[in-house]
Each structure stands twice: as C-alpha cells, then as structure tokens.
Design a protein around this ligand. Structure first.
Ligand SMILES: NC(=O)c1ccc[n+]([C@@H]2O[C@H](COP(=O)([O-])OP(=O)(O)OC[C@H]3O[C@@H](n4cnc5c(N)ncnc54)[C@H](O)[C@@H]3O)[C@@H](O)[C@H]2O)c1
Length: 455
C-alpha cells in the first residue's frame, strides 16, 4: 500500500487529503501539522474548518486510510509521496515586506524532510509559491548528506473555499508540473496516477515545473482582476444610473467574456487573491519588469478603493456621521459557506466604521469566532451576536458584508420594525431585492445601481 503524507492540515491540506483518501482506498493518507489543537480538531467531531460536505468525507475515511497526526517525523519516514501544504503568507518583515512570499514554513518543512527521511521520495508542492521555488526546494533537499534523491513536483490547488469538496471531487483541471527529465516524468506519472482514480485524464494537465508554479499565481490574478474590473465599473454605474447587473449580464453573454465571476461586490477577500497578486508584483519587480508589476498592483488598489468607497457612501447617506450610531454588520466571512475571514472586506469596513465611532453589532452564522480575533485590537463598541435579530435591533443601518443565503430568508419586515428610522440598508453583495426592501421601508444602497430612498 503506497503511503501519502501531507504536511500542513489547513484549509487546503485537510480537505484535499480527505478527498484523495476517499477516492483512493489503495493509498494510506496521513496529514500532519505542528499545530496540536488543529490536529485534535481533525480527529474530533468538530472539524477545524467549515466546508459543506467535508464532515461526511472525513467520517467515511478517518481511521481507515486517512489519519491526522502531529508526528511529523514518523510521517516523513514512512511516506513515499509527501505533499507540502503549509502556509505561504506575505512577508511582514525585512526585504520584500508587504509583497514577497514568506517561505520560512516551506523551508522548515524541507529541512524536516531531510532530517527524518531515510529513503528517496517525491515531494509535491501543494502550497502556492513564487515561480522557481522548486529550484530552491530541490537545493535544500539535496543538501542531505545521505545521498537521498528527491523529485519535486508542482501540483497547485485550485479549490475555492465554500465549494472545496465539490471542486476537489469534480475539478475543472488538475495541474501537475515536473522536470522534463526521465525521473521527472516518472514522478509526474505517479501523481497523475493518484488523480486518475476519479478525474478524467483529459482534465489532468502536465507541464514543466515553472509553468505549473506560475499558473497558480496567474489564475488567482486573473480572477481577482475580473472582480476589480467589475467593481471599478460599479462605481461608474452609481454615477450614471447604469445598472451593473444589466451591464455584466449583457457583456457576459459574449462567449469570449463568459458569464461567471462578474458580480459586483464590496470586494474580494480570502487568504489568496491579495497575497498571490502581491507575490506576482514582487516577482515582476525582481525580474526587472516594473510596468508589469504596476499593472497587476492596480487590481489590489481597486479592491481597497471599493471598500473605502462603500464606507464613504454609508457616511454620505447617513448625514455625514455615524458617530454613536448602531450599525449591524451582516456577515463577516470573506464569502458564503466558510468561516474563514482572512482578508475579508468586512475587516476593513468595520475598522473604518469604528474610526468614525460607530457602534457595531456583528453577526455571522459561521465566522463570529474569527471576527473576534480579527478585531481583537480594535478600539470601540463592538458586540458579537449569534442572533441576527439581536444585531439589527435598534440599529440605524445594516451593512451586508457576506452573501450568506440564509440572510435572504430573514424576516426583513420584523427587522425594519425593530430599527431606528430612517432605516438604511447598504448591500455590499447585491444579495437582497432592492424593490422589495424599499417597499418595506428601507433606504436601500446596492453596489453599482442607483440607490432607492424615501427622501
Ligand atoms: N485557502 C485556500 O483557499 C487556498 C486555495 C489554494 C491554495 N492555497 C495555498 O495553500 C497553502 C496552504 O493554505 P491554507 O489555507 O491551507 O493555510 P493554513 O494556514 O490554513 O494551513 C497551513 C498549515 O500548515 C501548518 N504548518 C506550517 N508549518 C509547518 C511545518 N513546518 N510542519 C507542519 N505543519 C506546518 C500550519 O500549522 C497550518 O495548520 C498556501 O500556500 C495557500 O496559498 C490556499
């Protein structure tokens, strides 16, 4: 029985390995992490992350051919194939701070591999990395003094949080990059064999190492760019009475453009988009391409502009002051169906509102714990509410930050009645029906559409 190890039991390592174990009963899959609390949670009924469908997959395999453990050394010793899925955040210190990827966790992982390995292995980069990281990885691994050989493979993960299990079970493509040598090709095939257990062969793409590493950064950059492009136009729509939904629906009918991922919003969040673009920007600067770097940096600037613009609109609508006013924040996760709040636009909106001395009542069905951590250092009046009706009671305004479906099912008549008047509704996700909300009595401010007010 072949043994797969994954180092890093986070949002990627946890679900990805659960699906591999589920689809490949002939492999033993172990996921290790230095975070004991996280591993204990993976071994409990209360998994450390929320993803629709994840519980069922883990329950089916855990204890059979799927194991979560803190014993990194044993895992490395026993494994034939090691996936590395550790975090690669933006550097916060030293050269490249605020842009370059912080590769310390990756390097530490490589060093533990050479410390504990006693046979040749395939090492798979699952983390998102700057292009040419595999070269550094290979040099570290081959600095071992025991003559051990390692093949480095790049297999970036394209799952989206909130739909991770579905994305893993039925991916648009799986990308596997390796060296164009005989050993490299053999290693690529070993990884292809894993995915071929459930992914049709034509969706398994093999490339050289550098293309694979770069493709992950480019995919996220293109997705984020689409969000920023639409959001930039949403600002123009609000000035001109064009309607962003009508514009994107008509533009998206062109098959070259495509209809997906054209929704205007408060902006993108998540641990990846910003970090990966910053990484791309840094790389372009490093390779002497400042114009290319500047071009991509604009995607992030537009995203920051959108959240400032949102708060600016709130202030302007509420008579230029929110000081002492209660504002209900509906949603804190960076998107629906996840408890993840990393880089969520809600963080920036809440901080801006607190600076304006607003009193915040925050509700999210899955992300309240993370919200508290994110705003731990923020001064001001914040209450975290399990019940959405408690959050809105006596509020002057509601700001919808996350597109949770359950928000659509709330009783907005009851909500309106419990609020201060005039009651404002700022919909950062265009989730709610403008006419219906206006009919109830709200002054409604969607994104990229004319506001509908009773004034
Ligand atoms: N979150 C996503 O949606 C997503 C999607 C695609 C790719 N990625 C990429 O995947 C990688 C992992 O992302 P994530 O969201 O799972 O991160 P995460 O922070 O949730 O998980 C990373 C885990 O690695 C562990 N770790 C760090 N150093 C370690 C070491 N030396 N030994 C053992 N464990 C160690 C940490 O304790 C942590 O639990 C990142 O490079 C990210 O860019 C993330």
């Amino acid at each position: 029985m072949k043994k797969i190890l994954c180092i890093g039991a986070g949002y990627v390592g946890g679900p990805t390995m659960a699906v591999i174990a589920d689809k490949c009963p002939q492999y033993t899959v172990t996921v290790v992490d230095i975070n004991e609390k996280r591993i204990a949670a993976w071994n409990s009924d209360d998994l450390p992350i929320y993803e629709p469908g994840l519980d069922e997959v883990v329950k089916r395999c855990r204890g059979k051919n799927l194991f979560y453990s803190t014993d990194v050394a044993k895992g490395i010793k026993e494994a034939d194939i090691i996936f590395v899925s550790v975090n690669t955040p933006t550097k916060t210190f030293g050269a490249g701070a605020g842009r370059a990827a912080d590769l310390q966790y990756l390097e530490k992982t490589a060093r533990s591999i050479i410390e504990h390995a006693d046979s040749d292995k395939i090492v798979v980069e699952k983390s998102t990395l700057p292009v040419r990281t595999a070269q550094a990885m290979s040099r570290i691994l081959h600095s071992n003094t025991r003559g051990l050989k390692f093949q480095i493979i790049s297999n970036p993960e394209f799952l989206a949080e909130g739909t991770a299990i579905n994305d893993l079970m039925d991916p648009d493509r799986v990308l596997i990059g390796g060296l164009e040598t005989e050993e490299g090709k053999k290693a690529i095939n070993e990884i292809v064999e894993i995915y071929a257990n459930w992914v049709p062969r034509e969706r398994i793409i093999t490339t050289n190492l550098w293309s694979s590493e770069l493709t992950k950064l480019v995919s996220n950059a293109l997705l984020a760019q689409r969000v920023s492009s639409v959001n930039s136009i949403s600002a123009l729509c609000e000035k001109t009475e064009a309607n962003i939904n009508e514009v994107t629906a008509a533009a998206g009918r062109d098959t070259r453009i495509g209809a997906k991922f054209l929704k205007a919003s408060i902006g993108f969040g998540g641990s990846c988009f910003k970090k990966d673009i910053l990484n791309l920007v840094y790389l372009c600067g490093y390779y002497g391409l400042p114009e290319v770097a500047e071009y991509w940096e604009q995607v992030i600037k537009m995203n920051e502009f959108q959240s400032r613009r949102f708060v600016g609109n709130m202030l302007a609508a509420m008579f230029n002051t929110v000081a002492d006013k209660k504002i209900a924040i509906l949603g804190f996760a960076f998107k629906a169906d996840t408890g993840d709040t990393r880089e969520s636009p809600a963080i920036s909106v809440c901080r801006q509102l607190l600076e304006e001395r607003a009193r915040l009542r925050i509700h999210d069905p899955k992300a309240l714990e993370n919200a508290q951590l994110d705003l731990e250092d923020a001064a001001g009046d914040i209450t975290y509410c399990e019940d959405p009706y408690e959050a809105v009671k006596g509020a002057h305004a509601i700001a919808v930050m996350t597109d949770w479906k359950c928000f659509k099912e709330l009783d907005f008549k009851r909500i309106y009645e419990s609020m201060e008047k005039p009651a404002f509704l700022f919909d950062g996700r265009n989730l709610l029906d403008v006419d219906e909300m206006y009919g109830i009595g709200f002054n409604v401010y969607p994104i990229g559409k004319k506001a509908k007010t009773h004034f």
